[in-house]
Design a protein around this ligand. Structure first.
Ligand code: GLN
Length: 467
């Protein structure tokens, strides 16, 4: 048996109860037997076996190994690994090989974690169902007819299907938390700036963070400790001061969220049960007004599409990635390469983003959204003066059937309502499964004030034992 937590794994490897090679072989087999779920887009079999062998030799010889020796991870196809292709689920980047490794990933590799492969995702991390990928949709391991969530659907499915212990995803508006909740695992997005974004393919830079998907909050905590930190290559990365709780045992909840007309009645019931259970456990549940809720989705989609339209202008077909085969003049070359390389959803967002930034509309859309974003941040700061966490659902809807919403992008956008709050305000947030529920998709989200990451993870661990 392969230990199912990082702590057990570290012990088993150090005490030579299990070899790293046996761990790697176990996961490689799992990847093979779950291949119909379409999770992996690249498998690094040879390198993983070789690395495991060299670690085993060191351990046998009594030499020291890194603290993550024995940990097998997968990474979303938007995180760069030197010498390997990275394609962001897009034809636009076909054949592109990365020249360097993302800092946060390198930190894990330096501690001897093994990267077993890259996993499927929505194109340029845009989506909530992993259906916008050039590699085709990922199937949900809990129910293969359903979507695994997105955009890090491959990462959540990889952990849920037992093909690795940890998967790195990216979270711009919920892409780590929502798929984790759809697949019955835990997903964490750190405070903006805690993890370096260097080597993460950009979607909307002021929202993007690399996030961690695992089975438990304590596993996530261990990985975060290694990944985090200031990085010269990312000016927005920073070291956070130690977090001091505002009010222990006070948990906030927001009536506008819990009574939202779009919230599935089953999810509402499950969330209310969690709130009741926390009260029984002696927590004080305090309600807070959040009148800006109805502006959350428009603000998020105006700002992220604007940032995306600018970020994605670098894909011109000249320097790297897809090039049209047609013999055309320079301007048409750009146009055709981009038209052939990008998928429908990415094009839709580039159009929307250039529109909200265009002269004449900037003040009406982008400028206004920036102001609303500030107001959202300020409202949340006020709330966090009186409580340490906000508890709320992860998604207002349950995982839908593959193909069911492909013609209805707006309904998919609306389903991001509870996750994008954390990204708009740069806050840490985690989604954890409600283990006591009969519904395998039941989960709950905890949001904390900026910098409270470790406190939030500890609280999530404590809560997981209670429900
Ligand atoms: N579903 C959201 C979107 O499509 C979030 C994506 C993400 O976090 N990368 O923008």
């Amino acid at each position: 048996m392969i230990p199912n937590s990082i702590a057990d794994l570290q012990n088993a490897v150090r005490s030579k109860q299990i070899s790293v090679s046996a761990i790697v072989n176990h996961y490689l087999e799992k990847i093979e037997t779950s291949s119909d779920l379409n999770i992996y887009v690249r498998i690094f079999k040879k390198e993983a076996i070789e690395k495991a062998k060299s670690l085993d030799e060191k351990i046998q010889a009594g030499n020291s190994v890194g603290s993550m020796a024995g940990l097998v991870i997968s990474v979303k196809d938007v995180i760069c690994l030197e010498g390997k292709e990275v394609s962001a689920g897009s034809k636009m980047l076909e054949g592109f090989k990365s020249l360097f490794t993302a800092t946060a990933l390198q930190n894990l590799i330096d501690e001897d974690a093994i990267v077993i492969g890259m996993v499927n995702c929505d194109e340029f991390a845009m989506g909530s169902a992993n259906e916008n990928s050039v590699f085709g949709p990922v199937k949900n391991p809990l129910d293969p007819e359903r979507v695994p969530g997105g955009s890090s659907g491959g990462s959540a499915a990889a952990v849920a299907a037992g093909t690795c212990l940890i998967s790195l995803g990216s979270d711009t508006g919920g892409s780590v938390r929502q798929p984790a909740s759809f697949c019955g695992v835990s997903g964490f997005k750190p405070s903006y700036g805690r993890i370096s974004r260097y080597g993460l393919i950009a979607y909307a830079s002021s929202f993007d963070q690399i996030g961690i998907i695992g089975n438990t909050a304590s596993d996530i905590n261990k990985v975060l400790e290694i990944m985090e930190g200031e990085d010269q290559m990312d000016a927005t990365s920073t070291v956070f001061p130690k977090f001091i709780p505002a009010k222990e045992k006070v948990v906030g909840w927001i009536p506008e969220i819990m009574n939202h007309p779009g919230l599935d009645t089953g999810i509402k019931k499950e969330s209310n049960l969690v709130i009741e259970k926390l009260k029984e456990e002696g927590y004080e549940l305090k309600s807070f007004k959040f009148p800006l809720l109805e502006y959350i989705i428009p603000t998020y989609y105006i700002m992220t599409t604007a940032e995306a339209s600018s970020n994605l202008s670098r894909y011109d077909g000249i320097r790297y990635g897809h090039q049209t085969k047609e013999k055309v003049n320079l301007e048409d070359f750009y146009r055709k390469s981009r038209a052939e390389g990008f998928g429908t959803e990415v094009k839709r967002r580039i159009m929307m983003g250039t529109f909200v930034l265009s002269a004449g509309y900037y003040d009406q859309f982008f400028g206004k959204a920036q102001k609303v974003r500030r107001m959202i941040k300020e409202d949340l700061e006020q709330i966090f003066k009186e409580c340490d966490y906000i508890i709320c659902p992860v998604s207002p809807v349950r995982p839908w059937k593959i193909g069911e919403k492909i013609q209805d992008p707006v309904s998919v956008y609306l389903s991001d309502i509870y996750t994008v709050i954390a990204n708009l305000a740069g806050l840490p947030a985690i989604s954890i499964p409600i283990k006591t529920s009969n519904d395998p998709f039941a989960s709950i989200q905890l949001l904390g004030p900026k910098g409270s990451d470790y406190h939030l993870l500890a609280q999530a661990s404590e809560f997981s034992d209670k429900f």
